[in-house]
Write a protein that binds this ligand. Structure first.
Ligand code: NAP
Length: 441
């Protein structure tokens, strides 16, 4: 049997402990099946005295993950610390510089510094593997890197953050507000005390930057992504979406367009009976459209100790088999720069919610603003108070705002923004118009 592959793990939190457990349960069998045993030899975390789910006393301990990364006692450095800067970045650089293969689950690090790290790995002939960095236990990196390599990809998109999908799912099922459901999610441990990273779409954008690089052969670039979070979604939007045949999901979408690769993260109207719309709770999904394979979709657990550890282990196994590929599929020297696409050129249908003052002429003025931008409406819905049949109700208090929802035909984002700005300026609405893009699925 070949010499054992020696693994050092930095970070013994949720994922690190999941990996220790996986080694404890399946390590010996995996080694036998690979024809090469794989052994954890050393670990590092912040606090040595903290109780872990697996006894770590038999592994060498390093207070500093950089020392572990440079240690002669390991062949593979597994980075499970997290964060785009600081200890994780320094340790990964140190590992590659000192000839160690690297496995990481750190999407923030790859979205920000993936290109120089991949350049370093390629120059040294080392692996930089990151299956767990996108959609946790869902094997999307290998699917793009290996199984779909024969395709030209036209679009890759998905639900890439479990916390936001959990919040939107509960808002939809329970008719409760974003703030209430977020509070519950924090209490249940599904959302962080500071939830900005998830609900603001940043986490989804980190994963999308990686997917875009893999799918389109461009440099991973967080800054090239248009970003909107789910904070402004109201129960009225969720209810209107339902009545109009949609579910609202936070999607990350990368798409080839005539003006380049459009990368965007935003709340999206998805047709109610599409597979994406039916992905509920913390589950993730990724859809990939290839010219020969057609539409491929992967659905599964996007986070959690065991699913994420499963992906990390698959990367370690590749290294034990001697598989070393360019991290982003395309060698770094051939990756194209990634430009930020102009969102104003985006084309599609739009959902719009206006809170319109109940005045004569208000609606005609709104319709005129839409017509000025050549926007035609496919559906319109006005929410009425009370139980009177339409046509019998007495007009309410004048100037009382009433919600009006619209679905547009295909148009450009530039046209929609101009129309909505003009409507707001005209003073017929009492709050900023809500606008949600509709995705063709
Ligand atoms: N959690 C998930 O479901 C999931 C899913 C996919 C990807 N990921 C990614 O996996 C990585 C780890 O996530 P996690 O949820 O396991 O994080 P976590 O539970 O917060 O664990 C972080 C670990 O890193 C250690 N650490 C922090 N700073 C350190 C430093 N300066 N030096 C040495 N060790 C340090 C901590 O040590 P102590 O324990 O001693 O404090 C802890 O063991 C992140 O990049 C995350 O994005 C996580």
């Amino acid at each position: 049997m070949a010499k054992a592959l020696r693994v050092g793990i930095a970070g013994l939190g949720v994922v690190g402990q999941g990996l220790l457990e996986l080694f404890a349960v399946h390590g010996a069998e995996i080694g036998a099946r690979c024809g090469r045993s794989i052994e954890i030899t050393a670990v590092s975390a912040r606090d040595r005295s903290r109780t872990r789910s697996v006894d770590i006393s038999r592994f060498a301990w390093f207070d500093d993950p950089v020392d572990l990364a440079k240690s002669d006692g390991i062949d593979v450095f597994v980075e499970l610390i997290g964060g785009s800067e600081g200890a994780a970045k320094t340790a990964v650089e140190a590992a590659l510089c000192s000839g160690k293969h690297v496995v990481t689950a750190n999407k923030a690090l790859l979205a920000r510094h993936g290109v120089p790290l991949a350049r370093l790995a390629e120059a040294k002939g080392l692996a930089l593997n990151f299956e767990a960095a996108v959609a946790g236990g869902v094997p999307v990196v290998k699917t793009l890197r290996e199984s779909l390599m024969g395709n030209q990809i036209s679009r890759v998109f998905g639900i890439l953050n479990g916390t936001t999908n959990y919040i939107l799912t509960r808002m939809q099922k329970e008719g409760r507000s974003f703030a209430e459901v977020l509070r519950d999610a924090q209490e249940a441990g599904y959302a962080e005390a500071d939830p900005t990273f998830d609900i603001g779409g940043f986490d989804t954008a980190h994963k999308l930057a990686i997917l875009t690089s893999l799918a389109f052969g461009v440099e991973a670039s967080f800054d090239a992504i248009y970003l909107e979070g789910i904070e402004t979604i109201t129960p009225a939007d969720i209810e209107a979406a339902d009545e109009l045949g949609y579910r609202i999901k936070l999607l990350g979408v990368a798409q080839l367009t005539e003006s380049g690769i459009e990368q965007r993260v935003h709340p999206t109207m998805t047709p109610k009976h599409s597979a994406v719309a039916e992905v509920e709770g913390v589950t993730n999904c990724v859809a990939i459209e290839g010219d020969f394979a057609g539409n491929v979709m992967l659905i599964g657990p996007g986070a959690g100790a065991r699913p994420t550890a499963s992906s990390v282990m698959s990367d370690i196994i590749d290294i034990s088999r001697g598989v070393v590929l360019p991290p982003f599929i395309t060698p770094v020297e051939f990756l194209k720069p990634c430009e930020r696409a102009a969102m104003r050129a985006h084309e599609g249908g739009y959902y719009i919610r206006l809170s319109v003052y109940d005045r004569t002429g208000a609606f005609a003025a709104i319709a005129a603003r839409m017509a000025e931008q050549c926007i035609s409406l496919e559906a319109i819905m006005q929410k009425r108070e009370g139980s009177e049949l339409p046509g019998f109700a007495v007009r309410g208090m004048p100037n009382q705002p009433i919600p009006v929802m619209m679905i547009t035909h295909r148009t450009t984002e530039a046209a929609i923004r101009l129309a909505l700005d003009a409507i707001e300026r005209d003073g017929h609405v009492d709050e900023r118009p809500q606008m949600i893009r509709i995705e063709r699925l």
